[in-house]
Write a new protein. Structure first.
Lengths: 215, 913
């Protein structure tokens, strides 16, 4: 499931003006247009769902639901504005609706995974460090408002203003959420860095005391 | 809250991707170890965040979702029906409207007038059909006049009216009282040749212009309707839509008058065609498996390759003869080229004795050619004397040369074992001015005076500069007529820019990023900044960032003065405790600074980042590629400047192309002023932007290749689209030129981001034509920076049936194809030489020399062609150098190779800033 790189994908950072024409082409009946859109947004959307801490079946359902909503709302998109904030507004609303309707859906982390991660072996811990899972877990364990702001801010190079528009919050609020999220993540990072110098047993103990998210 | 807490709070709110711009934070970080560590942790965390993996949905879910959407799209009318009226309603409405209209007309008694209008419509449409070739200039309405109807001016119609009224356009009365249009045209052409161009300029005739008889006017106007047999017609911006000879006469084409004389003396193509039938089985049955596509991609890449690369290349033309494999021939082996493999090794004595031919050229370009012509004439005697030395076996008698010419023409028209390409999609732009690698080679060659290297120059094209637009386009082929059945030909799309420049440059917001750490180029950097300061205008804002330990923004915009520059440069060499700032971080900071200071109303290119690099690594350059491209689409251009012999010049070039800027090379500190002046004036030299060429081949015409180009893949095409739309929107915003891009078109598409004043460029296509008639249509649209409007131009090419001798325009295309071969041969010879295969290089040069000599003998119009003679002279110079190898220092071989690379690159291209 994991892809090797996130930001360094070839065209990930490129503001593609062409994508603004996809929905218009889709409305006109171009069958390839929506496929292009889905192909371009499948990873960002799914990554967002993953970082919301949803289990895999819920992620799949919401992925499908979100794109169906995009399809149905295509005529409301204005091509003069960027596409990605419009898409992520729909995705966020879809997630929130689902969370409201099905409270059990909003499980923070898949239960089995959480149990496994509570007592990682030294090998597992080392592996987690290597694969940056500690950061993923730290993001998931952020308060929802912070997690939303932070996750959106790293998706497709979204700007603070756009994140604010998606979440319907003022820019200053988004800045505050981002600052708090960074503080939490920095604490986790510093704790992890400190724990690397200890032995594996000491590392577990130390990390637990410092509140490393996945411990 | 103590100071550290305050600083940490600020750090927490900083954009991680940019360098610290506040001096108090920077100062505190350099003093406080704890906060510095905190900052480093933040940066490291940001790096980790950037490395976070991306998750992907399973293919199954993706497919299901897509299928659900498509099912919904087809079954559910939610999208379309919401915006459409049902068919019944539409029919009812239409019927009601017609009833009301007819009732109204009956009531007013004006139905007969209404019917009369319909008859007019039919007549007009007939006339429209008759005008097969239109030049249309589309003028945008002013933004404030939204209600104004957009004007479409059909210039060909206007010209017809004007032509009918202009007595000067009439040449003479037709010989027959009621001639057919073909007869009339041919008479005009013949008389034009007889009267005008063989003996002198038109003004020298002293004959008063004769009124054009009415019958002739009518015949011309109705020509396309009545003509059963299509006339070879070539049209463009600056061409008249009636006859070729008029176009030549009126527009002052640079085609030599002697060419027109010589057309009557040109040998019939019948002989070539016969020869083709005799010869081509030998040369084509062994036609190679080598893909021309691969080869030409290779050639395209190699046009900008570093001279140190040792790549094997196979000649495009040699591929017709036999599969070209890289073999080191023995010194005594015959030339590899199939054309001359069987030629007896004799000495060439075929040179033109006619050095008194008169050249009547117009415009300043002609005087250049005239000067060259004189040089060649002076040198021809010497060349003849030296001919014996060239290659040792270069002298052929006229019979042998004729055989070489026939074989060459047979190869060029071979129709067997061809592979075809899709004439659709995006193709690589071949107009790439400012090649930094070639600039470097040129500078290197200029510094050496020890070797007698041939002079490098561009190939001039016989295109007239446009008068009423920024660009003029020309569409020609190398054959005037074809017979039924497959015929191979070359099409040429020519682009000529006007001499006027766009204007003075606007105020510049420039972020200079210096990446010179660890190199000893302080003098060059100092010269560059001094030159920049010298050329700085009052309204310019220039800031400087530096990578490395003392990195960051070292000179702010307000401090870009002599004193602060000197201080900042002095500090560069000192050690500092300040945190290391990477290139990527500096670039982010530079872009942030520009975004903060960006004026949305400023002209495109007024916000720019310049990377001045001495030794930036490939990985560092690759890391900033996405950023550069994104910012270019947002309107901030990126240019690169390599100091000295930079190891990554190609990467810098690539970055500059992505950033819609230029890549330059500064040879030494004395070169700084030139580089800065050129770069600063670049924006004012562009006359057209976002030039989109659409080349549509007619039915039955197959594309063999676009010489020197290659088809872009989807990712590359997407980048081209993004860049084009970015330009489109930016220019709509800045200058009110309506945005009109965003959709792909049929046929071959090529997008040229900027076209510069005075430049000429040709695109050559190799095609297979099945029958006479329409061959190709070229549509061009671009942002005209002279008139600030969207401009469009269309050209059609039709070829008549039969067998006609090539005229001057056809010969020009043939000459360009021959020159293309020359460039490939030079490149191949250079590669052979680089790989140590001395004899193969000599063979290459001998082969192309013989073809040149043969072709010049074959076509009398080429006998005194100065450009071909200069090419021959260059080949002989190279041969002389290679044959006198004992007197050449082995280290100087590199110079010869560089010279060959430069010449092969520069022969067909013309260069902008």
């Amino acid at each position: 499931m994991q892809q090797p790189k996130y930001k360094s994908a070839s065209n990930q950072d490129v503001v593609d003006l062409e994508e603004r024409t996809w929905l218009a082409a889709h409305i006109r009946g171009d069958q390839h247009a929506f496929a292009k859109l889905m192909q371009a947004y499948r990873k960002p959307v799914y990554s967002l769902l993953v970082r919301y801490g949803l289990d895999s079946s819920a992620r799949d359902d919401l992925f499908q639901e979100a794109f169906l909503k995009i399809h149905k709302s295509a005529h409301t998109y204005q091509a003069s504005k960027p596409l990605s904030p419009w898409i992520f507004t729909i995705v966020i609303n879809t997630i929130r609706n689902a969370q409201r309707k099905q409270q059990p859906l909003a499980i923070a982390i898949d239960e089995t995974e959480e149990i496994e991660d509570r007592q990682p072996t030294p090998e597992k811990s080392a592996q987690l460090d290597e694969t940056l899972n500690w950061l993923e877990h730290a993001v998931i364990q952020l308060p929802q408002a912070q997690a939303e702001a932070f996750t959106l801010s790293i998706v497709k190079g979204m700007k603070i203003k756009e994140v604010g528009e998606i979440l319907g919050l003022p820019i200053n609020t988004i800045k505050t959420q981002l600052r708090r999220a960074r503080q939490t993540l920095l604490a986790a990072f510093q704790a992890k860095k400190g724990s690397q110098s200890m032995t594996s047993e000491q590392s577990r103990t130390s990390a637990r005391n410092n509140g490393v998210p996945h411990e | 809250m103590n100071k550290c807490d305050d600083i940490r709070t600020k750090l927490m709110e900083l954009d991680f991707s940019t360098a610290i711009s506040e001096s108090n934070i920077e100062q505190h970080l350099s003093e406080c170890e704890s906060c510095s560590g905190f900052y480093q942790d933040l940066v490291a965390l940001q790096d980790k965040v950037e490395e976070m993996p991306e998750y992907d949905v399973s293919e199954e879910v993706f497919t299901q979702t897509l299928a659900a959407v498509q099912a919904s799209q087809t079954t559910n009318s939610n999208i379309k029906s919401a915006t459409r009226i049902s068919q019944q309603w539409a029919t009812g409405l239409a019927a009601s409207f017609v009833l009301v209209a007819v009732a109204g007309l009956l009531y007013n008694g004006s139905l007969s007038e209404f019917q009369g209008d319909f008859s007019q419509v039919e007549l007009e449409s007939k006339q429209d059909v008759s005008v097969k070739n239109k030049e249309t200039v589309w003028i945008d309405p002013q933004p404030a006049d939204e209600g104004v109807t957009v004007e479409f001016i059909d210039i060909s119609e206007v010209r017809q009216e004007v032509l009918a009224q202009q007595p000067v356009m009439s040449r003479s009365a037709p010989a027959k009282p009621n001639p057919s249009i073909n007869g009339t045209l041919s008479q005009i052409q013949e008389q034009e040749m007889d009267l005008g161009y063989s003996a002198g300029s038109r003004s020298e005739q002293a004959a008063p212009p004769v009124e054009m008889p009415e019958i002739l006017e009518e015949a011309e106007i109705e020509s396309s309707v009545q003509d059963a047999e299509p006339v070879s017609a070539i049209y463009s911006d600056e061409q008249d839509s009636l006859v070729e000879v008029d176009r030549i006469a009126v527009t002052g084409s640079r085609i030599k008058r002697t060419d027109l004389d010589d057309t009557s003396a040109i040998e019939s193509l019948d002989q070539e065609k016969k020869a083709k039938k005799e010869n081509h089985p030998v040369t084509t049955k062994e036609s190679p498996q080598m893909s021309l596509d691969d080869l030409l991609k290779h050639v395209q890449r190699s046009a900008t390759e570093s001279s140190n690369e040792n790549l094997e290349r196979e000649s495009y033309f040699r591929s017709y003869g036999k599969k070209s494999t890289k073999q080191k021939p023995k010194p005594a082996a015959p030339p590899e080229d199939g054309l001359v493999a069987n030629m007896p090794a004799r000495e060439s004595s075929v040179e033109s004795n006619d050095t008194t031919g008169r050249y009547r050229r117009e415009a300043n370009k002609d005087s250049e050619l005239l000067a060259e012509r004189k040089v060649v004439a002076d040198d021809s005697t010497e060349d003849r004397r030296k001919g014996q030395q060239m290659g040792g076996k270069g002298r052929l008698n006229s019979i042998d040369l004729n055989q070489v010419a026939q074989q060459y023409l047979a190869q060029m028209s071979s129709t067997e074992n061809l592979s075809f390409k899709q004439a659709t999609g995006y193709w690589a732009n071949t107009y790439v001015p400012g090649d930094s690698n070639m600039r470097w080679l040129q500078a290197k060659l200029q510094q050496t005076g020890e070797l007698n290297l041939p002079e490098v120059r561009s190939n001039l094209q016989p295109f007239d500069v446009p008068n009423n637009s920024a660009l003029a386009f020309y569409l020609n082929s190398d054959q005037k007529s074809v017979t039924e059945g497959p015929t191979r030909m070359r099409l040429q799309v020519g682009i000529q820019a006007g001499a006027h420049q766009g204007g003075h440059r606007s105020a510049l917001k420039l972020a200079v990023v210096l990446d010179v750490q660890g190199s000893s180029v302080q003098t060059e950097v100092k010269s560059l900044l001094s030159a920049l300061l010298k050329n700085k205008q009052v309204s310019d804002q220039i800031t400087v960032f530096v990578t490395g330990n003392a990195g960051g923004q070292i000179i702010k915009a307000d401090d870009f003065k002599h004193g602060p520059i000197q201080v900042a440069l002095a500090n560069l060499s000192q050690t500092s405790k300040k945190p290391h700032v990477s290139l990527k971080r500096n670039m982010s900071a530079a872009y942030s600074w520009l975004q903060d200071h960006d004026d949305p109303n400023a002209v495109l290119g007024s916000s720019a980042v310049w990377l001045i690099s001495a030794n930036t690594s490939s990985a560092q350059l690759a890391a900033i590629e996405p950023m550069v491209q994104q910012q270019a689409t947002d309107g901030i251009t990126f240019s690169s400047l390599a100091i000295g012999d930079h190891p990554e010049r190609m990467k810098l070039e690539r970055l500059a192309l992505m950033g819609q800027g230029h890549s330059r090379v500064m040879v030494n500190d004395q070169d700084a002023q030139r580089v800065i002046s050129e770069e600063l004036l670049t924006s004012s030299k562009a006359v057209a932007r976002a030039l989109r060429l659409q080349i549509k081949l007619a039915e039955g015409v197959k594309l063999i290749d676009v010489l020197g180009s290659y088809s872009l893949d989807e990712v590359q095409a997407q980048q081209v689209r993004a860049a084009e739309q970015s330009l489109d929107q930016r220019m709509a915003k800045n200058w009110g030129i309506t945005a009109d891009r965003g959709q792909d078109e049929d046929g071959i598409q090529m997008v040229i981001p900027s076209y510069f004043a005075g430049d000429t460029h040709v695109i050559l296509l190799d095609v297979l034509v099945s029958k006479p008639g329409p061959i190709a249509e070229v549509n061009a649209k671009y942002k005209d920076l002279i008139h600030l409007r969207n401009a469009r131009s269309s050209m059609n090419l039709e070829i008549q049936s039969g067998q006609h001798e090539p005229g001057p325009l056809e010969l020009n295309v043939m000459k360009n194809v021959l020159t293309y071969r020359f460039t490939l041969a030079l490149r191949q010879a250079g590669n052979d030489l680089r790989s140590g295969d001395h004899q193969a290089a000599i063979n290459q040069l001998n082969s192309i020399l013989k073809i040149y000599q043969a072709m010049r003998q074959k076509f009398p119009a080429w006998k005194d062609d100065s450009e071909l003679m200069l090419d021959e002279r260059a080949i002989k110079q190279y041969l002389q150098l290679l044959n006198n190898q004992s007197s050449i220092d082995p280290s100087q071989y590199q110079l010869i190779v560089d010279s060959m690379s430069l010449m092969s690159w520069q022969r067909l291209l013309s260069h902008g800033p």
